[in-house]
Design a protein around this ligand. Structure first.
Ligand code: PLP
Length: 412
């Protein structure tokens, strides 16, 4: 049993792709006294976060905030829009897409997976776990569904198990090109507030997200952003739901309150997170993550290791998957890095177990956070005996230095 109160010197590097490190400003906001969730002060907080979160999702429509992890919001999205036995088209991008499909089965839906077939010669891993959603496969399948039995298309925007970010606008265009009325339901649990995401512009009906990634909060709240079409579908959807039902929450949220006890202290944190994101500016936040991801990939390429995402057009700005050579257990490398350098990296999930590790560069991350993270990775890879082609740290520092800019607003 590890000693939970053991504190090595310095700070722990939590470089998994969520939960991401929580900035002090947010921790302080969360530490304020809990207030009466039916009192006047709470209504102001509720209205503030409900309005602010719409801007983060880039939507004018309601966003439901649940006191639950992302998995709860996945269930809410399906339970509010679908009926028992409904066919759902889901796209296999990796482990989280697979978990969501398993949930759809357990809820009594009939999910069908589409995926890029075959395996990749370089790594022996499935193509679909190294590439983004191929919108044309969705279009082809919908065109064959002349009876319009498929009620929803579900895709993961940022597949956290692989580090691939799919083109959601292309999926919308594919659904429209097929002339199909299916709802578009998107998981951006790990993408929101680090990768650009536009609920309204991309024509998404339900967007699912969570607090513990780009929003820099601890785990514990999650979201459904809605469209008018999704709200309409929820009026006739028959899957059982009570806690997850949108209608009462959306109605009460108009005054800033919830029908049950909401997660007051995490909502303080959410208000602070939204303010921080607005202060920096969403375009700047997205650009910061794109640049950090470029530097991270430069490091992996200099090590001579494959990046899990095989298609440069859809590299994730949130995390980078590093494939270890055949015969090298990626979890053994992670263990060395954890034990010697006090840093947590993401494990390989599902089909990728032992074949890769994941470096998170989401949320409250800057150049020197990434530089230190890559230093820990490089030392750990060497200690674990992985042959490296060159210094990834040097390549990343070179990229960061060449592309660095003064902070937009420094004091003084
Ligand atoms: N979907 C994606 C893309 C995720 O990254 C995660 C968690 O990492 C989930 C769903 C599940 O969310 P949670 O673990 O908060 O329930």
């Amino acid at each position: 049993m590890p000693q939970l109160n053991f504190h090595p010197a310095g700070r722990h590097f939590l470089q998994i792709p969520g939960p991401s490190p929580v900035p002090d400003r947010i921790l302080r906001a969360i530490s304020l006294p809990t207030i009466d969730h039916r009192g006047p002060e709470f209504g102001a907080l509720g209205r503030k976060v409900l309005t602010g979160i719409q801007a983060i999702f880039q939507t004018r429509h309601p966003v439901v905030i649940y006191p639950a992890s992302g998995t709860g919001a996945w269930e809410a999205a399906l339970a509010n829009t679908l009926s028992p036995g409904d066919s759902v088209l889901m796209y296999e991008t990796g482990h989280f897409a697979s978990l969501w499909k398993a949930m759809a089965e357990r809820l009594g839906l009939q999910p069908e997976f589409v995926a890029l077939p075959g395996t990749d010669a370089e790594t022996g891993l499935p193509h679909s776990w190294r590439n983004g959603v191929q919108a044309e496969l969705i279009e082809q399948r919908l065109r064959k569904d002349s009876a319009q039995r498929i009620k929803a298309v579900c895709v993961v925007h940022n597949e956290t198990s692989t580090g691939v970010t799919s083109d959601i606008a292309a999926v919308r265009r594919a659904i429209d090109a097929a002339g199909h009325p299916a709802l578009l339901i998107v998981d951006t649990i790990s993408g929101l507030a680090s990768a650009d995401y536009r609920h309204d512009e991309w024509g998404v009906d339900v967007t699912v997200s969570g607090s513990q990634k780009g929003l820099m909060l601890p785990p514990g709240i999650s979201f459904n952003a809605l469209s008018p079409k999704a709200l309409e579908a929820s009026r006739s959807a028959k899957l059982p739901k009570s806690f997850w039902a949108w209608d009462e929450v959306v109605a009460m949220n108009k005054t800033g309150y919830w029908p049950y006890t909401p997660n007051t202290n995490l909502l303080y944190g959410l208000a602070e997170a939204i303010e921080m994101l607005f202060d920096e500016g969403l375009p700047q936040v997205f650009a910061r993550h794109r640049r950090l991801a470029e530097a991270c990939r430069a490091a992996v390429q200099a090590w001579g290791l494959p990046v899990q995402c095989a298609d440069p057009a859809v590299h994730s700005p949130v995390l980078t998957g590093v494939v270890t050579p055949v015969g090298v257990d990626a979890d053994a490398v992670r263990r060395v890095i954890y034990e010697r350098f006090n840093m947590s990296l993401g494990t390989g999930l599902g089909k990728l177990k032992g074949r890769m590790f994941r470096i998170g560069h989401l949320g409250d991350c800057n150049d020197l956070t990434l530089a230190a993270t890559l230093s820990g990775c490089e030392m750990g890879l060497k200690i674990a005996g992985v042959p490296l082609a060159g210094s990834g740290v040097a390549a990343a520092l070179d990229h960061l230095q060449r592309t660095s800019q003064p902070a937009a607003r420094l004091p003084g």
